[in-house]
Design a binder for this molecule. Structure first.
Ligand code: PNS
Length: 187
């Protein structure tokens, strides 16, 4: 029997999807979509880590994710600091969702899941695999590729691409070159 509240209604299942999201990618979106097919609600929880030097501030990442999911009421976005399991317990989530792209993710994820279980056995970690086309995708690579003038269009939501343009100045190096060439052709 699924868990029920005092009124006898089925309790809504809530999963937390934690991470840095600097920035959120289509790989993350893929996992969130899969999460929504299993859980009633997914809360994207951005880790506030003063020791890291992210490209996007926490406020920018909140904004980006809010815009991405403005039409999906089952997805919420929040920030947390301290232990993830404490955050999950506080918001009433019994599940942590993590994406597993490749075997190389496994060791760290396995360690984290077991440590989290030791810290709080009531919170279960569920791993989900993204579509194969995202198996190589990471926030770090998106930033690097964009900075070096590569296209990231199908790898991130449109709002992220726009924000990357603003962050790195209106045009990445390759599109500058492209525009100069186009201008040259016209004259
Ligand atoms: O996007 P990331 O960087 O892979 O996310 C890592 C994250 C935020 C899930 C992880 O660093 C985390 O849960 N940090 C919170 C601190 C914590 O609970 N540490 C103990 C878990 S082993």
């Amino acid at each position: 029997m699924p868990p029920r509240n005092r009124e006898g209604q089925r309790k809504r299942s809530l999963a937390v999807f934690p991470g840095s999201f600097d920035p959120i990618t289509n790989g993350h979106l893929d996992i969130i979509g899969r999460g929504l097919s299993v859980f009633d609600q997914v809360t994207i929880a951005i880790l506030v880590n003063p020791e890291k030097h992210p490209l996007f501030t926490v406020e920018e990442r909140l904004d980006i994710i809010r815009e991405t999911y403005r039409r999906e009421h089952r997805v919420r976005v929040d920030t947390f600091s301290g232990l993830l399991v404490d955050y999950a317990e506080r918001v009433g989530a019994s599940v942590i969702v993590r994406g597993l792209r490749a075997i190389s993710d496994f060791e760290f994820e396995f360690q984290m899941a077991l440590m989290n279980r030791r810290l709080n056995p009531r919170i279960e970690t569920v791993f989900m695999m993204p579509a194969e086309s995202y198996s190589y995708l990471s926030s770090r690579l998106v930033k690097e590729v964009f900075q070096l003038g590569g296209k990231v269009r199908d790898l991130v939501p449109a709002v992220v691409e726009r924000r990357l343009r603003v962050k790195y100045g209106s045009a990445p190096p390759s599109s500058l070159t492209h525009r100069r060439r186009a201008r040259g052709r016209r004259t």
